[in-house]
Design a protein around this ligand. Structure first.
Ligand code: ADP
Length: 296
């Protein structure tokens, strides 16, 4: 196999000096802003991790280094069934390596691209797990701030795992409002656009956008121009097609309330009628990644 330029600087065998562990580089999983992600196989246990590999050349600015340190600091202190597990991190001369729980069925982004709109029972299945992850995070004073389809990963059992803490932050006293956000979240809440100060409710907004996108097949405020999208967000201008059930439309409109204090808390979302009407699968087959299930 020819070596692509993508592989330059990432050795086939990686060594963690602290734990004296060798890892073998496996399949390429994808690339993000800074990181390339490969399977990394622990040569002692044969356990396969998702290794996010960041070249140190991209971390020369203190600001970039600080952001990565904060991402690691927040991610390593959380542990939940529906959050991508944090295994370890280390560095060598060339790169920083972050080893995470492997999610081999990619993310809701690929699923939604393939399927366009999904069924309401499937949305109930995914939403419950995303909200459970958020209840946990908010309970620990963490705001994710960039919940989007591509940050909701799917493992081989079709369990949902929220990941990418690159824009996450911690609230250090009750009622604190965050004034700044370094980076651009995908589903921007109006209070971020209007620079009013923001808090946990931005995650409710983003999850509302996720549910809308999964059920309708496109994001709620989508236009061909970013400035038009921002204008629509500020005007709270979106439509829910009539084929969407009443409980689903009611939940979406609560989560997309323009005033953050009017949005439901993460724990109260699970009490909504949407979760008490219609079929609620306890698991989904992997065929759902590409085709609508027959029964649901
Ligand atoms: P960045 O923080 O640089 O944007 P991402 O977190 O987006 O990096 O990761 C880059 C890519 O790596 C993702 O798009 C995805 O394809 C893959 N990836 C990230 N985490 C995992 C994981 N836990 N399991 C499988 N693939 C992953």
């Amino acid at each position: 196999m020819s070596k692509s330029s993508a592989d330059v600087g990432i050795p086939d065998d990686v060594y963690d000096r602290k734990t004296q562990t060798w890892y073998k580089k496996g399949r390429f999983m994808g690339k993000g802003g800074f990181a390339r992600c490969y399977e990394l196989i622990d040569q002692n246990t044969k356990h396969v991790y998702a290794g996010k590999i960041v070249p140190k050349t991209l971390l020369q600015k203190p600001h970039h280094k600080d952001k990565m340190t904060l991402e690691i600091q927040i991610h390593r202190e959380v542990r939940h069934q529906h959050i991508v597990g944090f295994h370890t991190f280390f560095e060598d001369e060339q790169n920083v390596y972050v080893l995470l729980e492997l999610c081999s069925n990619r993310s809701l982004m690929e699923l939604q691209k393939r399927r366009k709109a999904i069924t309401e029972p499937e949305a109930r299945y995914f939403l419950k797990q995303i909200v459970e992850a958020c209840v946990y995070l908010h309970g620990r004073n963490i705001i994710h701030r960039d919940l989007k389809l591509s940050n909701v990963f799917i493992n081989d059992k079709m369990d949902v795992k929220v990941g990418d803490f690159g824009l996450a932050t911690k609230i250090d006293h009750i009622g604190q409002k965050k004034k700044t956000l370094c980076g651009t979240p995908n589903y921007l809440a109006p209070e971020i656009l209007l620079k009013k100060g923001h808090s946990f409710e931005v995650d409710t907004w983003s999850v509302g956008c996720i549910v809308y996108t999964l059920l309708v097949g496109h994001p709620p405020f989508e236009t061909s121009k970013l400035t038009d999208t921002y204008a629509k967000i500020k005007a709270n201008e979106y439509n829910i097609p009539s084929r969407i059930s009443q409980p689903a439309r009611d939940l979406i409109s609560l989560m997309l309330k323009p005033n953050p204090t009017d949005r439901p808390s993460m724990s109260s979302i699970l009490q909504h009628k949407f979760f008490r009407t219609g079929h609620f699968p306890t698991g989904l087959p992997t065929s759902c990644l590409t085709m609508a299930p027959r029964a649901v």
